[in-house]
Design a protein around this ligand. Sequence first.
Ligand code: G2I
Length: 459
Amino acid sequence: MVTRSLRTTARRALVLAAAGAMAVTGVVALSGTANAATTLGASAAERGGRYFGAAVAANHLGEARYFQTWTTEFNGATPENEMKWQTIEPSRNQFNFAPANQIVTQARSRGMKVRGHTLVWHSQLAGWVSSLDATNLRSAMNNHINRVMGQWRGQIHSWDVVNEAFEENGSRRQSVFQQRLGNGYIEEAFRAARTADPNAKLCYNDYNTDGINAKSNAVFALVQDFRNRGVPIDCVGFQSHFNGASPVPGNYQQNLQRFANLGVDVQITELDIEGSGTAQANNYRNVVNACLAVSRCTGITVWGIPDHYSWRPNGTPLLFDSNYNKKAAYTAVLNALNTGQSDPPPNDPPPNDPPPNDPPPTTGACAATVSTNQWTGGFVGSVRVTAGSAQVNAWTVTVTLPSGATLTSGWNADRSGNTGTVQFTNVGFNGSIAPGQSVDFGYQGTGTGTGVTPTCAAS
Ligand code: G2I
């Protein structure tokens, strides 16, 4: 279609000339007047600041071609397994951040956007979690969210807070979270997540929700309900694992758009499409064009880099072959990013509710601030304890709860009671705070927990 491609080129030239010079790596001069990006990340960045990321495995980072392909082609990363519960909290309250940190550090030093994957998921869960009763599970879930998000607070673009909570027929998956905590666990997780990192976008992520069907309808109803009631949620992740039995649905774009219309971003989070040659390339092109056509589709992540490291290598579902050669699918994606119709996304909107105030300057031995997330009938308080100019070895924070408030759980501190004036003292691992540094603990309760002013005493 010569006419269309000439028109497209002319339109691009006009748009880019109007936008002025672009300081993006991987961009070369085209036709003397405009620039065409030569890498997936740079090209996506030109489409309204979108990202094009890849799932990255820490154990491959030492392989030169792997590392080079990732850092040259992509401007986003999702740790493929390193942030999963089994790996990151293998024993209760024992955290193993190092493997994920390798990826986050490399990604951030290159200005990439990092997706956190994933906080609350039935799979790759540590064994100890399944044996907890409801009270302990609630406390462990809150602690997990708080500690893992807190580790990279302010550094993660989007978090998959809850992953794969629905069955194909739209019913709730009978995970340990669902069975012990009931339907409210998703809301509790999102509220805890907002408190733990107010700057991260909070996503619900699932598979087989890519078209309009019973499962995506159930997710849609959940998101609609959260938006109506002010429960924090910023984005929905569509995993988009496709093959012959599960092809790219005809209503893919329509489905993305209906979620976007609820006021959340949509992201393609784990894209891979089995096949080869032109057929695979066409499917990839359709997915990219669908994202570009939805202004709130802010990024695409492919689930791996070369085919042989895919979770399903026999399906050769990725953009690079096992020798790191670019496949036809790669070219289709790059061309779609460079020439496809694009509706630019709005500039990163702020999350739904305001971040807590920064801690006040510390003049005494320690200071404490609380950020409270209140909903009808309950609350989560997240407390930050900050050392003054001297080392703190142990601390006690006193909080006087409003009448009617009753604490039901807490994490990272021992507490003296559940109502009225409650004293929280450090546990073994967080008593020692270096000058100017902070530690966090939290509590959850019923009733109203707002309007409290914590005080801190240190030794
Ligand atoms: O299953 C595909 C994806 C579906 N959505 C959620 C994603 O988190 C999930 O990713 C895959 C990883 O790509 C695999 O790499 O999740 C699998 C586990 O459910 C991952 O597989 C695991 C193997 O089961 C383990 O035996 C292995 O030790 O990968 C581990 C690390 O290589």
